[in-house]
Write a protein that binds this ligand. Structure first.
Ligand code: SF4
Ligand code: SF4
Length: 732
């Protein structure tokens, strides 16, 4: 060992010791913060599926690859990070001696070949990612960037480190070539040989370059260890457990979509017949009341901004960005952690848990952070502004896009639950809807005895459950389908088509009440459980004696469809629920319905969030339209998984939209830009929002918004009177 090697070895050892010590400290801190969260025992079930999903999503980059170029570039960088870690390890041998290398595999030509290929692809990948970040930097002229609000220096820092580590990998090899210490043939390592051809024959070059590579790598480790909220770096490690512990590991995408997480206290679902707000946690009032998985979610955010780029609230000028929401919660959790770890915190009656002595030596900043209300305006020093919380439509675009499976919607609704149930703090206009749900069983407050009015004038009898036993489908009409004028036309169209196809169906009529979706999404779990339990009882009675496969329900409203099919199981109601577009597609495919006259004029289709993203039903409505219309369906630029919300979900239907551009107007402009004369929908709320948008633009005479079922009915029974064009306002 020469004098150069003595210096490089000491330098490498010293910086590595410091970095490892800081990294261990950082990991312990993160684990301590994440453990502050509430229990989540359900995250430990089905470990085999969890492990398989984690491997598929990480090794296969199944979520990332939805963004083709970025996904591919990131894959090479990820593989480069894992495989080329071996070369960082090898550098520790190279600082000691110029011809050092990894024992055993370090001499295999296949090792030389694989690391060469991955090194080159990693270089290309990181250069692509750097170019994309620069091109989308928030400061660029014009337009909002998905990186707005991300900590840009951290992204640049990580990318430059990766680039330099890759470059120095080739420099080390180049010096080995130049000094004739390189054992791999030209065909396996052409780039290394090319670099060697331009480097001098400097004997100590290998050790010096290896020391620089170690210093760069350890500088990265030191910086990220001193910044535990640096998700852009830490996600390399945290993404694995975050995906492993996701809510529904069997779901290929959007684990946090479909059903909402039940309201829990100490990890157990709350039953409102026994719940006590002085003993049980109602929603989330403090950051430590999220589950540990919530805190892991916040720690894992990469700040990539995919969620932000798709969010309808953010894209129409509202203050909500799912990324910024997650980052605010993360920063607050870590800033408050010293206080919590010292024993601080409020019990359920609002009393401080820690003694004076426990808090005596705490940093004043941690104490100040602990005083911040989780939900509050800027003047109140709140972590999340109420306008942010109430802007969410629960459309799920953020969950769908997130490459590390963060479950934004669950977290947002958990915070809403506390605001509604304990603070009674929510947009006042939604109060009427909640009162109507409690008193009348529907959001509009329509009399229950008018639930069957939609059947009047039909030229066939609509049977009620109880009057007939041999029905195959229970037709769940829904409140909109029973009381809202436009939706009633859809209900009548579906009933007519089912009758035409000879499907035996029956309705609950006055026995039906609201599914509870708007109550649950606004955060009123009490009203949701009240309505849902009533419906589960009614439905269980209607299907008495049948096994699950024969407890079939068809629903026209995707919100009811989602609630009945995905959430009633949480309350003991197991049913086979289909959306009407699925049943109609099946009836057309099996020849029970025959479209005879194609509907022309150009048709586009708007995917309802709770049918598409939340339940992944994209094909059925398109199949129905494909059979019913002339020519091909004209797709909007944002369709299917990336469809843009109409603005009504998350109980936003019953709240005023006071900030920014109206979401429905944004969507209608996109639909009208296709030139289609018909905008087909599969949801009564989308129908209302898009109709309002079209009428607001004064285009009611040129563009018609109608349900897929009505399009099919026009094609199957062109002689059927279709009624006046749908321009009716909401009303009973
Ligand atoms: S659910 Fe939709 S509206 Fe809510 S934060 Fe996510 S993308 Fe935005
Ligand atoms: S998509 Fe996920 S990882 Fe990316 S910024 Fe949003 S929450 Fe963070």
């Amino acid at each position: 060992m020469g004098s150069v090697q003595i210096v490089t070895t000491i330098l490498a050892a010293a910086i590595t010791a410091v970095a490892v010590w800081l990294a261990v400290r950082a990991v312990l801190k993160m684990v301590a913060v994440i453990r502050l969260g509430q229990p989540a025992p359900e995250r430990f079930t089905d470990k085999v599926t969890r492990a398989r999903t984690m491997l598929v999503e990480t090794a296969g980059h199944t979520r990332m690859l939805k963004w083709g170029v970025v996904g591919a570039a990131h894959w090479f960088v990820m593989v480069g990070f894992i495989v080329l870690s071996l070369l960082v390890l090898e550098a520790y041998f190279e600082v000691v001696t110029t011809d050092g290398g990894l024992p055993i595999i370090g001499h295999w030509t296949i090792f030389g070949l694989v690391t060469e290929i991955i090194g080159v692809l990693g270089l290309v990948g990181i250069l692509v990612l750097m170019a994309i970040r620069l091109r989308n930097r928030p400061t660029r002229p014009g337009g909002r960037s998905r990186f707005t609000g991300s900590t840009m220096w951290q992204g640049y820092f990580v990318e430059w480190i990766v680039l330099l580590v890759l470059i120095f990998g080739f420099v080390i090899r180049g010096f080995k070539v130049a000094t004739d210490h390189f054992e791999f043939p030209f065909w396996a390592t052409p780039v290394s040989h090319a670099v060697g051809a331009v480097l001098p024959d400097w004997a100590d070059g290998v050790s010096v370059a290896a020391a620089i590579k170690i210093i760069i790598s350890m500088t990265w480790l030191i910086v990220i260890s001193l910044n535990v909220t640096m998700g852009v770096a830490w996600h390399r490690f945290l993404a694995f457990p975050n995906i492993f512990f996701k809510r529904e590991p069997a779901k290929p995408a959007g684990s946090g979509l479909g059903a909402l997480r039940p309201m829990t206290s100490q990890g157990k679902p709350l039953d409102f017949e026994e719940a006590d707000p002085e003993k049980d946690q109602f929603g989330v009032a403090h950051v430590e009341q999220f589950s540990w998985k919530g805190l892991l979610d916040f720690s894992t955010c990469t700040e990539c901004g995919r969620c932000q780029s798709q969010c309808p609230a953010w894209n129409t000028g509202k203050p909500l960005s799912p990324k910024l929401l997650v980052l605010s919660l993360r920063d607050h959790a870590y800033a408050k952690a010293p206080y919590l770890l010292a024993g601080g915190g409020k019990d359920l009656t609002g009393e401080e848990k820690a003694t004076q002595a426990q808090l005596a030596h705490l940093d004043v900043l941690a104490l100040a952070e602990a005083d911040k209300p989780l939900i509050g305006t800027a003047e109140e020093g709140g972590v999340i502004d109420p306008d942010v919380l109430w802007s969410c439509t629960t459309c799920g675009a953020c969950v769908e896009q997130c490459p590390v499976d963060i479950e934004h919607v669950d977290h947002i609704v958990d915070m809403r639950r506390y605001q509604v149930l304990i603070e009674s703090s929510f947009p006042s206009e939604a109060g009427v809807m909640l009162r109507n749900l409690e008193n009348k069983g529907n959001p509009w407050g329509a009399p229950q005895n008018t639930r069957e009015d939609w059947t009047k004038g039909l030229d066939f009898e609509v049977p009620r459950v109880g009057e007939v036993d041999d029905f195959e489908y229970l037709f769940w009409v829904g409140c909109a389908g029973a009381f809202e004028d436009r939706a009633k036309k859809t209900t009548r169209a579906v009933a007519t088509l089912l009758n035409e196809a000879g499907v035996k169906f029956a309705i609950l009529g006055e026995g039906e009440t609201c599914s509870g979706d708007p109550a649950r999404r606004i955060g009123n779990e009490f009203v949701f459980q009240m309505l849902a339990q009533q419906n589960v009882e009614t439905l269980n009675e209607a299907f008495e004696g049948r096994d699950k496969a024969k407890r079939k329900i068809v629903a026209t409203c995707p919100h009811c469809f989602n609630t009945l099919g995905n959430e009633y199981g949480q309350l003991g109601g197991e049913f086979e629920v289909v959306h009407h577009t699925q049943l109609l597609a099946h009836l057309v495919a099996s020849g029970k319905l025959t479209p005879v006259q194609p509907v022309d004029g150009g048709v586009t289709y708007h995917d309802p969030c709770y049918l598409g993203r939340h339940n992944r039903i994209f094909a059925a409505p398109r199949e129905v339209l494909g059979d019913a219309i002339a020519g091909d369906l004209t797709e909007m630029p944002r369709n299917s998984e990336r469809s843009f919300c109409c603005g009504a979900g998350g109980a936003r239907m019953w709240m005023e939209e006071k900030i920014g551009k109206r979401i429905n107007v944004d969507r209608v402009e996109e639909a009208m830009a296709t030139g289609a004369k018909t905008v087909a929908v599969g949801c009564p709320f989308c129908s209302t929002m898009l109709n309002d948008g079209v009428n607001g633009k004064g285009a009611g005479e040129q563009v018609e918004v109608i349900d897929v079922a009505s399009v099919l009915l026009r094609s199957v029974k062109p002689e059927q009177p279709q009624g006046a064009k749908d321009t009716a306002p909401i009303g009973g």
